[in-house]
Design a protein around this ligand. Structure first.
Ligand SMILES: NC(=O)c1ccc[n+]([C@@H]2O[C@H](COP(=O)([O-])OP(=O)(O)OC[C@H]3O[C@@H](n4cnc5c(N)ncnc54)[C@H](O)[C@@H]3O)[C@@H](O)[C@H]2O)c1
Length: 252
């Protein structure tokens, strides 16, 4: 048996998670990271892992990781650690990854084609089964064995082929129309890359991905790291104090 980490303190969870639908959103956001780290450990032949090692592999502190896992129903046992395979199965169950998802990408331009060709989705149980576009110059193209179809055929494909996740990679102006097509066909999970807010009925979950927003957040941290602690008041109140402005002017 291979174990990583000293001072192990938890074992694999037993039984189904209690009320996983009520998990805090922040915990849910961390679960895929735990799963990824557990997958890497498993591939290296590691069978048990301490909370400290798993926390280090996922970039969270170990107290938070233990709290997250206890909310999933993980029980702890000193000196044993988490069973890697059992914990991975448990988290996959909470995330609903026990059956493969069937994904359609709509909009096969620069981004859509990159997503369609990325092999990492199927490794994690997301099978890309449908590619749809509105441009006759793109419809009919073969992308790694999948033919791009006319978006007019989307609704029928959703019903006939069990597509349950739609990925929107069209320009913003077309995104709401595409979302409407997906929802009308019965899709209740949408990943939206277009820079717009989608209106969807209750019960439909939309996750928005915006790398520009992530870059802006990075920029914020970089900016305030450079300016130092004087900016704390600005961060708290939104009012610019004289200090950072002066320092900025000195740097220009
Ligand atoms: N979220 C992010 O981080 C991120 C990053 C890059 C791009 N984007 C966004 O992703 C989207 C795609 O970007 P891109 O660079 O690939 O654009 P692109 O112009 O290269 O591709 C867009 C594709 O959508 C297709 N399309 C247009 N209307 C359609 C419709 N009604 N139905 C089906 N297909 C339709 C076009 O024919 C084209 O193939 C844009 O909205 C862009 O702003 C987001």
């Amino acid at each position: 048996m291979t174990t990583t980490g000293e001072g192990t303190d938890h074992r694999a969870p037993a039984g189904p998670p209690a009320a996983s639908a009520d998990l805090p959103a922040a915990t849910v956001r961390r679960l895929p990271e735990y799963l990824r780290a557990l997958g890497a450990l498993s591939e290296s032949g590691v069978e048990t892992v301490s909370s400290e090692t798993l926390a280090a592999a996922t970039g969270v502190n170990s107290a938070m990781l233990r709290k997250d896992l206890s909310q999933l129903g993980a029980s702890g046992m000193r000196g044993v650690g988490y069973d890697v395979a059992a914990l991975a199965t448990h988290i996959a169950g909470v995330l609903g990854l026990t059956k493969d998802s069937r994904v359609a990408i709509i909009g096969l331009g620069h981004l859509g084609q990159a997503l369609a060709r990325y092999p990492g989705f199927s490794d994690r149980g997301f099978d890309i089964v449908g590619l749809f576009d509105a441009d006759p110059g793109i419809i009919g193209r073969d992308l790694d064995g999948i033919r791009v179809r006319d978006v007019a055929l989307l609704a029928r494909a959703v019903r006939d082929e069990g597509i349950n996740i739609g990925v929107i990679a069209t320009p913003g102006a077309a995104a709401q129309h595409v979302a409407d097509l997906l929802v009308d066909a019965g899709v209740t999970s949408i990943l939206n890359f277009a820079p717009c807010v989608l209106a969807v009925p209750q019960g439909v979950v939309v996750r928005k991905v915006d790398l520009a927003v992530e870059l802006q957040i990075l920029s914020f941290h970089e900016h305030h790291k450079t300016l130092g602690p004087e900016t704390a008041q600005y961060r708290r109140t939104g009012r610019q104090s004289a200090g950072p402005e002066d320092r900025l002017r000195r740097r220009r």
